[in-house]
Ligand binder design. Sequence first.
Ligand code: CP
Ligand code: NVA
Length: 313
Amino acid sequence: QLNLTGKHMLTLLDYSPEEMEHLLTVSSKLKKEQKQGDPNDSLKGKSLGMIFENASTRTRVSFEVGMTQLGGHSLFLSPRDLQIGRGEPIKDTANVLSRYVDAIMIRTNSHETVAEFAQHASVPVINALTDSFHPCQALADGLTILEHKGTLKGNKLVYIGDGNNVAHSLLALGAKTGMDVTIASPKGYEVDQDIFKRASAAAKETGAMLQLSNDPLEAAKGADILYTDVWASMGFEKEQLNREKAFAGYQINEDLAKHAKADYLFLHCLPAHRGEEVGASIIDGPHSVVYDQAENRLHVQKAILSEVISHNK
Ligand code: CP
Ligand code: NVA
């Protein structure tokens, strides 16, 4: 019996293949229960602190609604309102919040901030997006692929675009589930080498093939899943124009999709920019499962919360 109580969720690289499979199983179970209208109040009386240094639609709403559905409560904490915005140390904030709430979710630019928070918190800390990782997103992507393809292992996911937080978490997802992942990025926008090495080492356990490329059309060959994300992530908005030039040829459009398998799925973490990283006919077309993917954020986060928060199971 796996026990994840108290475990932080900073990156999927910290989770074993068995733990990942378990989280996906719990996600499916909670999703089914919710669709059937079976109430689950396993987190009654529990509270989640949610710190957002950056904007969010999906993450904020799905965490908040997820806690409500599990019978718990959530607090939206903006750094503009917290003393952290006026220089209170992370160490003190993490220690103090741990005395009130049962888990803390954070979205910050710097991964080090979340890591420092986790070091000082005595309750589980969940990464809700940093410059390095987006684990909740990748887990929701895993559930979406599982629902549409039946398995993760045996699929080839091809991510075309910026070697960013989402790309890093997809490498971790592949490594831990045995799914092959290729990341195709322009020169200068590749994934972090150290993260790629860590994911590749983890992939040895599951047999996943992780590859990097600078050739989007070649990479897309035989893809079961095509995935992309914005060209300029939060914090990189000033680079928008340079990036538009650098990413020319990296748009997922009808020409590129011809290289994928006939029954490919299109995924995007959203928010999307039609006409930039993806053509409208692709994201709004028959292969796209982006709204299922967004919905699954709710179900996987409920699974994470119910597994890591201490309660009578
Ligand atoms: N995909 C995602 O994390 O979306 P938000 O930025 O809206 O939370
Ligand atoms: N890579 C994007 C993901 C947004 C959900 C960003 O960091 O802005």
